[in-house]
Design a protein around this ligand. Sequence first.
Ligand code: ADP
Ligand code: MG
Length: 331
Amino acid sequence: MNTLEIQGLRLRLPRTARPVLDGVDLTVAARETVALVGESGSGKTLTSRTVLSLLPPGAVTEGTVRVAGDDVLTMTPDQLRRLRSGTAAMVFQDPRASINPLRRVGDFLTEGLRLGAGVAKAEATARAAEMLASVGLTSAALRQYPGQLSGGMLQRVMIAAALMGDPALILADEPTTALDVTTQAEVVALLGDLRERFGTGLLFVTHDLGLAAAISDRVYVMYAGRIAETGPAEALFARPRHPYTAALLASTPRLDAARGRLAAIDGQPPDLHEELTGCPFAPRCRHATDVCRETAPQQLPVPGEPAHLVSCHHSDQLEDRHQFEGSTADE
Ligand SMILES: Nc1ncnc2c1ncn2[C@@H]1O[C@H](COP(=O)(O)OP(=O)(O)O)[C@@H](O)[C@H]1O
Ligand SMILES: [Mg+2]
């Protein structure tokens, strides 16, 4: 069974002309690291938050989102509480923004177990110390306040918190963006290591293709709330079949010049107030023809690569023309 199985997910927000997520299919197996990549505004955060049913006010969903077999979108508040303190855990971009600065790390780590599962304080604290050790921190951190820890240490605390409920799935939304490059590499290595040890699936959301290439087994490339291309990381980065993936790769800096944002692809992603006909990338695509402007492409396997799927009318034209030449994550 997949730890995460999203099928036909559509998400509409109030006062918009089209769904912000439009037919997303995405799976994560146990022990698998899956990257979800795309420019800012493509819908990555909304996708990962939907997995915990953390939706903006007025959001309307269609489709199914199963975590360890259970459909999140039809859960009762009680079931959702159990999901969020157990089966699935999220590590956010900015650890300092998602932790109460006035509470000790120990209280923060143990609250889920004590309130959610009714575990006694001593037992919860012992587990917290164990989880801190597994992320490379000593139990001294239990007594500290968030302000006394560096950003990297705090993100380790957030990862320890995610592990407290023995999750089947960890969602990490740009977990290293707020950290310096060295700490970033440590946190990424730690997540990979924990995934192996605890057997969790990991959905890693990032705009950084170099990072995605370095850590993931499979990749989903999102554009305007749709999956443009997905496949094994190696194949997708070596032989992208969607012009958007190729453009993202071409704009990924080889030397770490301007980290944090992708270098620009000409043009803008479509606004949520515009309706879309045809391929959402067509206005920015140099391969686009009339069919692209008129008809939305279907997601189809690349010939000879059953796990590599692409939504492009002209994907055959991209064959071996683009190579992924560098990674921002290997310096
Ligand atoms: N709470 C919200 N209310 C209204 N619009 C939102 C909300 N959250 C996100 N959006 C819009 O949805 C789109 C996708 O956002 P998001 O999932 O945050 O993208 P990403 O994480 O890929 O940068 C953006 O156009 C964003 O402005
Ligand atoms: Mg985001």
